[in-house]
Design a protein around this ligand. Structure first.
Ligand code: AGP
Length: 609
């Protein structure tokens, strides 16, 4: 997820664009750049690092430019560096992009054969060369852009300019947001409203497959066939701060709601469901390397550790490979004698967690092949592991991890399937079914978000409770652990996740009248036993709140509050159960007046031991 902005008008375009980039920095901040038109020529300034690094490189000579584009990056292809920063140029074209081009490598090879010189490792650069190529076939800029984007597979929001057309900005949207600010003698175009809300609040939201041509005084919107479309102007009433959160009250809520997109972006370009295949290159591991793996170690901290516990069930059940899971701060001191043909997997959203890095380094020193599942390109873990699988969930600003966690589960699901394909120990039908079910997940996650109102009402009933138990069996045991962690880390209520089968070994002594116990229940082999556990709690007058993918009448009857969560399969249900549990923690914390995005005593990335 990156931030892009374009401006054409009568102001100092570079200043408007830099200011807009600062308001988009929450969308990505590993490198930044601008391009502006001055005296008929495109001037480009870009660099690794935050926008303040870029500002230091910009001198007054650019202040007379009236048209500029800018970009603040969250790297997905090509590490953070000066040359990988946007804008990307080709001939008279300068372009910025937010999204993921799945077929960029084949287009890149084709263009290189035609003599186009690539200077970056990004997917974006292919778009700039494609537009130039079609311009050189004497197409109008609009037609060249349309022809270029029709070659692209994946998601993109692009804004470009051509020094041969000094009073024109073009934007195209496909699955990545683009919003346009319309004022009489100036136009703005950006990933998100905050970029220009301080200048203009009359906007057009572009839809997928729409292209906009902006001049200082007017604009036209077309579909990709060149047919003009009428668009209505919308007046934005948000404050600038609310706009940065996309109209949500907190980054955490915004990120909970971003999960369908984050899941879709993490799946994108990795799964070939019809063929029953996955794209092994995305893991940086070959099929042969995975085939040789006889043992897997999953190591992480906090929420990422809970993803490891889910991954353990997935890998052992789908790929039939034994797994050992450990908390990084314990693993790093165990002096683990690794088994032969092991694969060590460090799961880390930030890629900077000290204990996880120490465990990764121990594994590397021990000669074990290492993979990291990480959300930050260019982070320490992504540079030090032998192989990397990136979750494309975009920057996660809220301290409580939500979209990164569910994206980690998807990554582990794909890894499990890849291992099974490599070891040829599952039928093609099973593999295809698992992959087709994965493709359902983003939409099902969207449906789960519709429970928000119901969860809000539940939160009002329970937010004063001093203690909670979260119980689950099998894959729902780590879901219970994660649900409890979410509640305790943002609402400061004492909450414990437990294996439901463990109640009788002590914890059930806690249960008294009104004690809230949250059950996560799947339509699976644990169902009957879990129903018995609910009965045990009810017999002691506990207050049973059930999140269930089973509509069994008995469970409904036994539960004081019952929330049905439509499931897919027991692996992916861990994502679908986690979303309402994230919402419950959020609404309880809000009712308790807690700082949801920056809870006390916590940091987003624990870079110290
Ligand atoms: C999760 O809500 C917490 N913020 C915390 O447990 C986090 O998951 C843990 O610190 C690990 O961080 P990482 O994924 O960046 O390594």
């Amino acid at each position: 997820m990156c931030g892009i902005i374009g401006y054409i008008g009568e102001k100092n375009a570079v200043s408007v664009v830099i200011d807009g980039l600062k308001r988009l920095e929450y969308r990505g901040y590993d490198s930044a750049g601008i391009a502006c038109l001055l005296d008929g020529k495109i001037k480009t300034v870009k660099c690794k690092g935050k926008i303040k690094n870029l500002e230091a490189l910009i001198d007054d000579t650019l202040k007379d430019s009236k048209m500029a584009i800018g970009h603040t990056r969250w790297a997905t292809h090509g590490k953070p560096s000066d040359e990988n920063a946007h804008p990307h140029c080709s001939g008279s074209i300068a372009l910025v992009h937010n999204g993921i081009i799945e077929n960029y490598s084949e287009i890149k090879k084709e263009l290189q054969k035609e003599g186009y010189n690539f200077v970056s490792q990004t997917d974006t650069e292919v778009i700039a060369h494609l537009v130039r190529k079609y311009r050189e076939e004497n197409l109008s800029l609009e037609d060249a852009v349309r022809k270029a984007v029709k070659r692209l597979k994946g998601s993109y929001a692009i804004v470009l300019m051509d020094e041969k057309e000094p009073d024109k900005l073009i934007g195209v949207r496909m699955e990545s947001p683009l919003v346009v600010g319309i004022s009489d003698n100036e136009k703005f175009i950006a990933s998100d409203v905050p970029a220009f809300l301080n200048h203009c609040n009359k906007v057009i939201f572009l839809e997928d497959g729409e292209m906009i041509v902006l001049n200082k005084k007017d604009f036209k919107v077309y579909n990709l066939e060149g047919k003009e479309k009428k668009k209505e102007l919308v007046t934005i009433t948000w404050t600038a701060s609310m706009a940065e959160k996309g109209g949500f009250k907190h980054f955490m809520l915004k990120e909970i709601y971003e999960q369908p997109r984050a899941l879709s972006d993490t799946i994108r370009g990795r799964v070939l469901a019809e063929e029953g295949e996955i794209v092994f290159e995305e893991f940086g591991l070959t099929k042969d390397e995975l085939k040789k793996v006889e043992k897997i170690y999953l190591v992480a901290c906090g929420t990422s550790y809970h993803a490891c516990l889910i991954g353990e069930y997935m890998i052992e059940n789908i790929a039939k490979v034994p797994v050992e899971v450990d908390i990084a701060s314990e693993f790093r001191y165990r002096n683990m004698p690794f088994e032969r043909n092991s694969l060590f997997v460090a799961i880390t959203q930030s890629g900077e967690t000290a204990d996880t890095l120490a465990a990764l380094r121990y594994a590397k020193k021990s000669g074990v092949k290492t993979l990291t599942i990480c959300n930050v390109l260019g982070s320490t873990a992504s540079r030090e592991a032998d192989a990397v699988f990136y979750t494309h969930s975009g920057p996660e600003i809220g301290v409580a991890s939500t979209k990164a966690f569910t994206s980690q589960i998807v990554a582990l699901y794909i890894l499990s399937i890849g291992l099974s394909i490599a070891k040829e120990n599952s039928s093609k039908t099973l593999i295809k079914n698992l992959l087709e079910e994965l493709l359902l997940l983003p939409r099902m996650a969207e449906e789960t978000l519709a429970l928000d109102k119901k969860i809000q009402a539940l939160a009002k009933e329970v937010y004063r409770k001093p203690n909670f138990l979260y119980l689950g069996r099998g894959l729902n045991y780590p879901v219970a652990l994660e649900g409890a962690l979410k509640l305790k880390e943002i609402s400061y209520i004492h909450a414990e996740g437990y294996a439901a089968g463990e109640m009788k070994h002590g914890p059930i002594a806690l249960v008294e009248e009104g004690f809230p116990v949250i059950f996560i229940v799947s339509e699976d082999s644990y169902l009957d036993k879990t129903v018995s556990n609910i009965e045990e709690i009810k017999a002691r007058d506990g207050f049973v709140i059930t999140f269930s993918s089973s509509n069994m009448a008995k469970i409904r009857k036994l539960s004081d509050r019952f929330i049905y969560v439509k499931g897919i399969n027991s692996y992916l249900n861990t994502v679908l159960f986690s979303i309402p549990l994230q919402l419950l923690a959020y609404h309880v914390a809000l009712l308790r007046g807690c700082d949801v995005d920056q809870p006390r005593n916590l940091a987003k990335s624990v870079t110290v031991e």
